[in-house]
Design a protein around this ligand. Structure first.
Ligand SMILES: Cc1ncc(COP(=O)(O)O)c(C=O)c1O
Length: 382
């Protein structure tokens, strides 16, 4: 373990450091919920929704049980279903495509750009033709702001707008990031995020939220998360699901949101230190002008088949790494029968063999980071 530096173990994501910092504040917030006993859609849920909407500038924030549900609720509210094509990147977490398949639509896989890991608008345009040729109705696109970096929302809107697509931004990893000065949550027709504990803004369990400026969509989502309820509990106007954010999780998130901007700044400082220490040896993540990232992951690319060797060398020194994602979705057993857009998915395939995510969190101190950078450099020199 860290034989070269004698540092304590380096966590990949340090949830415990934040817990130590926020301990009493969160304990009191949870205790307040335990005292009032409104565990479902209690006052903290409404308060959090107001805070989240204010934070990103969206008209509505509707919380729900997970990021996956947030995506699915938005698609359901828009009426997506059988025979519809939902375009999504092949290089993403499975939930992005899963939600389309769950409601009977067909995910159609689109390639990504090698420098940002985000959906390639040219590949999206080519995939539209593929879907039509297969007799599918092009209905929606789910761009993903992968690893915390905003996708190119103007370029996506241009292609999607011309094709009449519903744009659902999958900001599960990127709440808090901005595109040309505007916070995510305000792009496309709706955006979804996840509060999974490892996310930049995570709770102490599962959770998610949908953001939209569309009043009708917001109303449908709020209904769908409670069994499609209408004017009261036993009036069912839609087929829905049980997908509410627990009041206790909302209370946790209210406390975490208070320090979130500071944490994002700390992640950004860590990302810049990584870039400075590694950019002469590996491909470090792009930081395109006008875009910011919340650095859900710090993902370098190591070409030439050396990625696994570097990961193994770091592991032997007690430094954890992760590969997001080793198998792109179009090669997964559950998804390989879904269509691939014309032009193929060469970049997604290549990235799967090159990406390596390094420890990243707001409490990564400079000494630990110097040790990680040094270990990567030594592994590459071997
Ligand atoms: C890109 C992306 N979309 C969707 C999700 C789903 O979020 P959740 O785990 O909260 O359901 C995740 C979670 O890891 C994700 O990374």
């Amino acid at each position: 373990m860290n034989q070269h530096t004698q540092l304590p173990p380096i966590p990949f994501i340090d949830v415990a450091a934040q817990r130590r910092r926020l301990g009493p504040a969160i304990d009191h917030a949870v205790a307040r919920v335990l005292a009032h006993c409104q565990f479902i859609l209690g006052p903290e849920v409404r308060a959090l929704e107001a805070e989240l909407a204010k934070f990103c500038g969206a008209r509505h924030a509707i919380t729900c049980a997970s990021g996956t549900d947030a995506l699915m609720l938005a698609l359901m509210a828009h009426g997506i279903g059988a025979g519809d094509a939902v375009f999504c990147p092949a290089f993403t977490f499975c939930a992005t495509a899963e939600v389309a398949a769950l409601i009977g639509a067909a995910p159609v896989f689109v390639d990504v750009e090698p420098d940002t890991f985000n959906i390639d608008p040219k590949s999206l345009a080519a995939a539209l033709d593929t879907a039509k040729r297969l007799g599918l109705k092009p209905k929606a696109v789910i761009p993903v702001d992968l690893f915390g970096l905003s996708a190119d929302h103007d370029a996506i809107a241009a292609v999607a707008g011309a094709a009449g697509l519903f744009v659902l931004d999958d900001a599960a990893q990127a709440f808090g990031a901005t595109y040309k000065g505007h916070p995510l949550g305000t792009f496309g027709h709706a955006s979804a995020t996840s509060f999974f504990p490892a996310k930049p803004l995570g709770c102490y369990g599962d959770g998610g939220a949908v953001f939209t400026d569309d009043d009708g969509l917001a109303e449908a989502i709020a209904s769908l998360r409670v069994h499609g309820q209408g004017s009261d509990k036993y009036d069912n106007v839609r087929i829905g699901l049980t997908s509410r954010l627990d009041t206790i999780q909302a209370a946790v998130l209210i406390e975490k949101l208070k320090i979130f901007p500071e944490e994002v700044a700390a992640r950004d400082a860590a990302a810049r230190r990584y870039a400075q220490g590694l950019n002469d040896l590996v491909t470090v993540p792009a930081m395109p002008d006008g875009l910011t990232s919340v650095w859900a992951q710090y993902t370098i690319r190591i070409a030439g088949g050396r990625r696994d060797k570097v990961a193994a060398a770091l592991k032997s020194e007690g430094i954890p790494t992760a590969i997001y994602y080793p198998i792109p979705l179009h090669r997964q057993q559950a998804y390989k029968h879904f269509p691939v857009g014309a032009g193929g998915l060469a970049v997604s395939d290549r990235l799967a063999g090159e990406v390596l995510s390094l420890p990243m969190h707001a409490y990564l101190d400079e000494a630990a980071q110097a040790c990680i950078i040094d270990a990567v450099r030594r592994a590459l020199a071997r």
